[in-house]
Ligand binder design. Structure first.
Ligand code: HEC
Ligand code: HEC
Ligand code: HEC
Ligand code: HEC
Ligand code: HEC
Ligand code: HEC
Length: 394
């Protein structure tokens, strides 16, 4: 009986936390489940991609190995402490898990803000070991824009510290939902006949460079000093055009407060071959190999857009992210990408293995593929393709 009460209470807390953050105050974003009613095929294909699997309740997606090694992996102890408030937390306290393909991080309640914070270790799927996770910022204000949909800053305290900080935010759903790439859908679902098409954004209809920019909003690494995290430190993301407003697919986010956001490789005065500081330190490979090629490959993960901008592919004005990737596996593109992506336009000597080395580090000894497409590629490390698919606990 006592156990049941605890379970019920835990359920209530989760529900409350979800409600506090899952409302769209402007009612522009309707959520992926609403789109499912009329676009069952696209919904199903999206469900098969990792975009729908980024942030999930613990029960659905915690990795089996992580649970088994929670206390210790044989060498290192597992997570014990939260990264912002430094309180003790156990496996039972975990509400959501973030990631599953390369690595997994764990979210618990932040008793100070009512939002979510991380535990102090991440699980590396390749090595099967726990690694320190040193970030001291909370999830809501440092990661939300790229890992939720319809993200907004709702309240900002300009008087905090030197630069101010985010106090309250909101989003319409966890994960990279339909509206992250198609823009808010309220007008579209209310429309009739021909107005349907006019009321929703389809990246395929945008000009070729703008297509990549839709993906670039998240597949990038930036530092933002205009809007700070709840802890008052520079954010990693471009959270909002202004307080109360939200990024909409198709927006030209490169024009947002350029003086206060550092976007290496995108703005002309912030090139890929410059040394950056802070979280942006060591962003691109700047060694002799890079200098000889004039191509600065990604040294960290989620920089595909910044790598791609340097490529002949992008510069030729004939190739975009969606030339090779379809977020809708239903159309076959994403599943075939590895085998067929190059021979459509090149001879057989041009392979993914050779020209897309794993250069961007995502966890200890684990990398993601470069998207610079250099003539003289370097050798890469181990990537997602070197592992079996994730093995979940349930
Ligand atoms: C009530 C049914 C309905 C719902 C709900 C709905 N759509 Fe649609 N959608 C349509 C119809 C009908 C079309 C086709 C319009 C045409 O071809 O003229 C369409 C077309 C589209 C297109 C293609 C537009 C183009 O330019 O080719 C996209 C993208 C799209 N919808 C996305 C969404 C998203 C995202 C959602 C959820 C936010 C959603 N739809 C919800 C009915 C719906
Ligand atoms: C990561 C970005 C992304 C997400 C997330 C996404 N889409 Fe799309 N969608 C695209 C792109 C790009 C196209 C253009 C055609 C293509 O590349 O497959 C597209 C095309 C479409 C179309 C037009 C028909 C077609 O297949 O060409 C519909 C309808 C659609 N999406 C609905 C949805 C719905 C519903 C969801 C959520 C369940 C969703 N999309 C999630 C990027 C996305
Ligand atoms: C709102 C942020 C966001 C946008 C916009 C976005 N992505 Fe992603 N994408 C992510 C995140 C986060 C992941 C990692 C998901 C994971 O590993 O759990 C990801 C993963 C991927 C993957 C690897 C996983 C898979 O399912 O194959 C591909 C490929 C990808 N994105 C392509 C695209 C393309 C192409 C576009 C533009 C049409 C795009 N993304 C737009 C955030 C985004
Ligand atoms: C600018 C957008 C952006 C921000 C901000 C961002 N991420 Fe990500 N993240 C991505 C994308 C895109 C991917 C997948 C592609 C890649 O890693 O190259 C990813 C991948 C991940 C993964 C690995 C997913 C997997 O399946 O293995 C984890 C874990 C993660 N992010 C956690 C975080 C945390 C924690 C924060 C905040 C401190 C954060 N991210 C901030 C865009 C972002
Ligand atoms: C839609 C056609 C298309 C596809 C698909 C394609 N490429 Fe290309 N590729 C091009 C074009 C166009 C160029 C630029 C030619 C030029 O300007 O010299 C290019 C150039 C290159 C170059 C030479 C870059 C340089 O600096 O000279 C490499 C390497 C390359 N592609 C690799 C790949 C790989 C690997 C794939 C598969 C993952 C691929 N390409 C898929 C069209 C394509
Ligand atoms: C010329 C084709 C091509 C283009 C253009 C392209 N990609 Fe890729 N991408 C690939 C291939 C091939 C893979 C490897 C797929 C695999 O291993 O299953 C890949 C992998 C990825 C991954 C997964 C990372 C990993 O290491 O497995 C992400 C995320 C991604 N691409 C995002 C993007 C984004 C964002 C853009 C545009 C800025 C883009 N891609 C442009 C071909 C392309």
């Amino acid at each position: 009986m006592k156990k049941m009460m605890t379970l019920m209470l835990a359920g209530c807390v989760t529900l409350l936390a979800a409600q506090a953050f899952a409302a769209d105050p402007k009612k522009e974003f309707v959520g992926s489940d609403t789109c499912k009613k009329c676009h069952a095929v696209e919904y199903k294909s999206w469900k098969e991609t990792y975009h729908s699997k980024m942030v999930r309740p613990k029960k659905e997606a915690i990795l089996k190995e992580a649970v088994e090694r929670w206390a210790t992996d044989g060498t290192n102890e597992g997570p014990t402490t939260s990264n912002v408030t430094k309180s003790k937390f156990s496996l039972d306290d975990v509400q959501y898990v973030v990631g599953s393909r390369w690595k997994q991080r764990y979210l618990v309640k932040n008793e100070q803000t009512g939002g979510l914070q991380f535990l102090n270790k991440q699980f590396n799927r390749y090595t099967g070991k726990w690694e320190n996770y040193g970030n001291a910022n909370d999830w809501n204000t440092n990661c939300g824009t790229c890992h939720t949909t319809g993200y907004r800053i709702m309240e900002y305290d300009e008087k905090f510290g030197k630069h101010g900080r985010t106090v309250k935010d909101s989003y319409s759903e966890m994960n990279v939902g339909c509206e992250a790439c198609h823009g808010p859908g309220a007008k579209h679902i209310a429309a009739k006949g021909k107005d349907r098409k006019k009321t929703i954004f389809n990246p395929a209809n945008a000009d070729i460079k703008a297509q990549s920019k839709v993906c670039g909003y998240c597949h990038i690494r930036v530092e933002n000093e205009k809007f700070m995290t709840a802890q008052g430190k520079p954010r990693e993301d471009l959270p909002a055009p202004k307080v109360g407003d939200s990024y909409k697919a198709g927006d030209d986010w490169t024009t947002w407060y350029p003086q206060q956001a550092i976007i290496p490789g995108v703005h002309a005065d912030q090139p890929a071959n410059k040394e950056y500081a802070g979280d942006l330190k060591g962003l691109f490979k700047l060694d002799d190999h890079a200098k000889a090629n004039g191509i600065y490959e990604e040294a960290k993960h989620h920089q595909q857009y910044q790598g791609f901008l340097q490529s002949k592919h992008y510069q030729s004005g004939t190739v975009s992210c969606i030339t090779c990737h379809s977020p809708h596996a239903g159309k076959g593109k994403i599943k075939k990408v590895q085998k067929d992506a190059c021979i459509k336009c090149h001879d057989k000597s041009v392979t993914v293995e050779k020209y897309m080395p794993n250069t961007g580090q995502t966890a200890g000894n684990l990398f993601v593929r470069s998207h610079t497409f250099p003539k003289n590629p370097r050798k890469g490390g181990a990537g997602a393709g070197d592992m079996a698919p994730p093995n979940y606990y349930e």
